[in-house]
Design a protein. Structure first.
Length: 209
């Protein structure tokens, strides 16, 4: 009997993944400008200059980090928005997906928040383009709806901004003393965010859901 197995990754693929993991952690903790390739290489267990074999520049590496981090999320958001159910139900599902992603990926909110407010144009522009991909999916899905009485861009920015701020800076500037990632706290925050989404979209609980 022949036993099939998944293809084994090559050494180059494993090295590339190690670089991405290391870069994600350092970019989210220190920022784009303050993170040298040498530090990423040291964390990944290779020479910093060897990173250029896999990623031509630090900018290319940063873009790859964001792509690796957010592409699966955007697919989930698109699934929520185009699935079955009423519009309020689908928007609630999308909000749940965003909250749970941020809770399960602490580096994501820190990374986006850091570069969005850093004033550094290069990384900020890259992060902005990544955010625009999400906004575009949101706007495209809503364009198929017959009755949308709210500004999609405003709603998207409020929801994503609130989630990023809560998980990315909550304990530092929000006066939060509890564990943000405690499952009960996450569930409570998720419920509040769904309520905020519905409020921003003009949905009244129990009336148009």
């Amino acid at each position: 009997m022949t036993v099939s197995s998944a293809p084994r990754s090559t050494k180059s693929e494993r090295t590339r993944e190690a670089v991405l993991v290391a870069a994600e952690a350092l970019f989210s903790d220190q920022g784009f400008d303050a993170t040298p390739l040498s530090a990423i290489g040291e964390r990944a267990g290779i020479q910093g200059t060897a990173i250029l074999y896999h990623f031509a520049t630090k900018r290319v590496l940063y873009e790859a980090v964001l792509d690796r981090m957010f592409t699966p999320l955007l697919a989930d958001v698109n699934r929520d928005l185009t699935g079955d159910g009423t519009l309020p139900e689908r928007l609630g599902a999308m909000t749940s997906t965003l909250v749970r992603f941020a809770a399960q990926n602490p580096a994501a909110a820190r990374l986006v928040l850091r570069e969005s407010f850093s004033g550094r144009t290069e990384a900020g522009d890259i992060a902005g383009l990544a955010s625009q991909r999400g906004w575009s999916r949101f706007a495209e899905a809503l364009s198929r709806e017959t009755e949308v009485d709210f500004d999609p861009l405003v709603v998207w920015n409020i929801i994503v901004g609130a989630i990023c701020f809560y998980f990315g800076a909550g304990t530092d500037v929000g006066g939060i003393s509890y564990d943000l990632y405690d499952p009960q706290r996450v569930a409570e925050f998720e419920a509040r965010m769904i309520h905020l989404t519905h409020t921003q979209c003009g949905f009244e609980p129990g009336v148009n859901q």
